[in-house]
Design a protein around this ligand. Structure first.
Ligand code: PLP
Length: 374
């Protein structure tokens, strides 16, 4: 059988085997409802608490500051809507024009209900600088939400500096760190963020589980109404198996962070060496400071969709942008936000490498691009 190459790790990742094994007992034997008072619930309850402690320690948080959710989309929605509706005084939210749709559509939703939102434009490298934020923020700003790293072009934002600007104006700061958690070192106290979203399937955990970090004392409306789970703020029976797998996957990635980053750096270096030797001309998007392994390339006058399909025929999975936009043939809102010319935007692909990719696969990706583009 043909060896398939998966190079769309920003869309989702292969599950870590240990994370998968850790789930099994909570589906087959220890399946009790963690909210019940009897002994059958003891182990699931303990496992959730241990997972909370592990996850908190991976990002420098307190266990009680971690709220389990169904993933990045829910965490983002909760941070945006939970802040706006908790402080229903029409103070503004500021976000950036190239956020994931989980943030953008949540912002459009609060706007429809009368809460003002301003959308900052990043610069052409995909950076939202503190100077840009300073032009938008006022003392009437309630929340600033800027993603840690962009999912299409990989650009990493100066979150600590942005946070300082927000706090100087009395605003809260949320970051959608879905692409960053498990891939770069994160300490919520060093960054100073009030809320941070993460999703397990982006760091080799299960799909449909994530968390929202909420700094102690931050005022947030519950996201779901119902039972008293998650300190009464996120009702619903806990996804024990998913939560356990998320903790195992995150801890493994953090313990191995330097090795993983080095491996991805070497893969990237090899890919660019092969592309440069092949004579293909390309523009790399996202500036100088990007997520390890996330590579956005534009080929002048080419068709990104056509490249994706031809790569697929060769057994290689890449993307033209955000996974959620795969049916949308328009230029993505991210590429529009960084204002790259249309001839380049249409010829843009995203290769996102993960810790399981090999050097041989990267060479195959480069030679497939050569066959398609030259
Ligand atoms: N935020 C970013 C930056 C993402 O890349 C994604 C997924 O693509 C999400 C949020 C949504 O996360 P989930 O798939 O866990 O809902």
């Amino acid at each position: 059988m043909k060896h398939l190459i998966y190079a769309d790790n920003a869309a989702t990742t292969q599950m870590d085997v240990d994370a998968f094994e850790a789930m099994k007992p909570y589906l087959l034997q220890e399946y009790g409802n963690a909210s019940q008072p009897y002994s059958f619930a003891r182990q699931p309850k303990k496992a959730i608490q241990e997972a909370r402690e592990i996850i908190a320690s991976c990002i420098g948080a307190l266990p009680e500051e971690i709220y389990f959710t169904s993933g990045g989309t829910e965490s983002d929605n909760w941070a945006i809507k939970g802040t706006a509706f908790r402080n229903y005084d029409h103070r503004a939210t500021i976000t950036s024009a190239f956020e994931h749709h989980a943030v953008l559509h949540a912002c459009e939703s609060i706007e429809r209900l009368g809460c003002p939102v301003a959308y900052m434009w990043p610069d052409s490298t995909g950076l939202v600088s503190p100077e840009i934020l300073a032009r938008y923020i006022t003392d009437e700003t309630m929340l600033v939400s800027v993603m840690y790293a962009n999912n299409e072009i990989g650009s990493i934002q100066p979150i600590k500096d942005l946070c300082e600007v927000a706090h100087a104006h009395g605003a809260l700061f949320h970051t959608d760190a879905v692409q960053a958690v498990g891939h770069v070192a994160i300490d919520v106290n060093d960054l100073g963020v009030d809320m941070l979203s993460a999703s397990a399937h982006k760091f080799n955990g299960a799909k449909g589980v994530g968390f929202l970090y909420v700094r102690k004392g931050t005022k947030l409306l519950p996201f779901t109404d119902g039972g008293a789970q998650e300190h009464g703020l996120r009702a619903g029976t806990e996804n024990v198996a998913g939560i356990v797998s998320m903790a195992v996957a995150l801890k493994k990635n953090i313990d191995d962070l330097e090795n993983n980053q080095r491996h991805l750096f070497e893969l990237e270096t090899m890919l660019f060496q092969a592309l440069n030797e092949s004579g293909i001309s390309y523009v790399r998007n996202g500036g100088d400071y990007t997520l390890p392994g996330v590579i956005s390339l534009s080929f002048d006058g080419k068709d990104g969709e056509a490249i994706l399909h031809r790569m697929d025929l060769m057994g290689i999975s890449i993307s033209t942008g955000s996974a959620c936009d795969s049916k949308n043939t328009e230029i993505s809102h991210v590429l529009k936000a960084i204002r790259i010319p249309e001839n380049l935007a249409k010829g843009t692909i995203r290769i996102s490498l993960g810790k399981y990719n090999s050097f041989e696969e990267v060479i195959e990706i480069a030679s497939a691009l050569k066959r398609i583009l030259l």
